[in-house]
Design a protein. Structure first.
Length: 223
């Protein structure tokens, strides 16, 4: 099959490139327990990921008795951020064949970027620990642009930093935020079936849905 036409591939981090739910859940549960809340299952945590760490904390508290008053919430959020930054690479690991996909695409001369709603610092820690940093030309975090996905700002920032036209880029993600941002930025989007989403993957409205990174390269050639 002919190679795909894209000069750059923008990749979501949580649930797409990496299985991060175990460490996110562990940090979140430590904070919930410190506030006398019940712990969340990994399935619950997976459904809450995708709109940034602050939103994850908010959803965790909402699901376990309600959001505390602002002073207490801000304190717990700060504690979570410190805990997660320290413990973000304990059980986190690449999705099957994601590293191989990125290595192959970079070798072909395709530029790779991570566009995530997670802040830059923990994102870089995770990418460093899992060997992805040398493969990435650009990292856009949830604190890089004026707004997070599904706003198009992070994608447009990545495209500008990559020095390419929007028509030469594709987004790869797993959630409504990824699809919404790609649509708003005017670029196609592929959705990973084994990521984190509160909406069924086939209902996200992506241009294609894929099960395995081993199949993504040939699938992108159809776009």
């Amino acid at each position: 099959m002919r190679p795909h036409r894209f000069r750059a591939i923008l990749l979501d981090l949580d649930g797409t490139l990496l299985e991060t739910a175990p460490d996110l859940g562990d940090s979140l549960n430590r904070i919930l327990l410190s506030d006398n809340r019940r712990p969340l299952s990994e399935t619950e945590v997976r459904s809450m990921i995708g709109d940034g760490l602050a939103k994850l904390i908010e959803r965790g508290f909402a699901a376990t008795g309600g959001i505390p008053d602002k002073a207490r919430y801000d304190q717990l959020l700060a504690t979570f951020m410190a805990d997660y930054t320290t413990n973000s690479t304990v059980r986190t690991h690449p999705k099957p064949n994601a590293m191989e996909f990125c290595t192959t695409e970079q070798a072909r001369g395709v530029k790779l970027a991570v566009v995530t709603n997670k802040p830059v610092i923990p994102s870089k820690v995770i990418l460093d620990a899992n060997g992805f940093t040398p493969l990435m030309t650009v990292l856009i975090g949830g604190d890089s642009a004026a707004a997070k996905k599904p706003d198009p700002a992070p994608i447009l920032m990545a495209i500008k930093q990559l020095g390419i036209n929007a028509s030469d880029a594709v987004m790869v993600g797993d959630s409504p935020a990824d699809v919404g941002a790609a649509r708003a930025a005017g670029i196609p989007v592929a959705a990973y079936r084994h990521g984190y989403t509160s909406v069924p993957v086939d209902d996200l409205g992506a241009d294609l849905v894929f099960d395995d990174f081993a199949d993504l390269g040939p699938a992108l050639a159809t776009l």
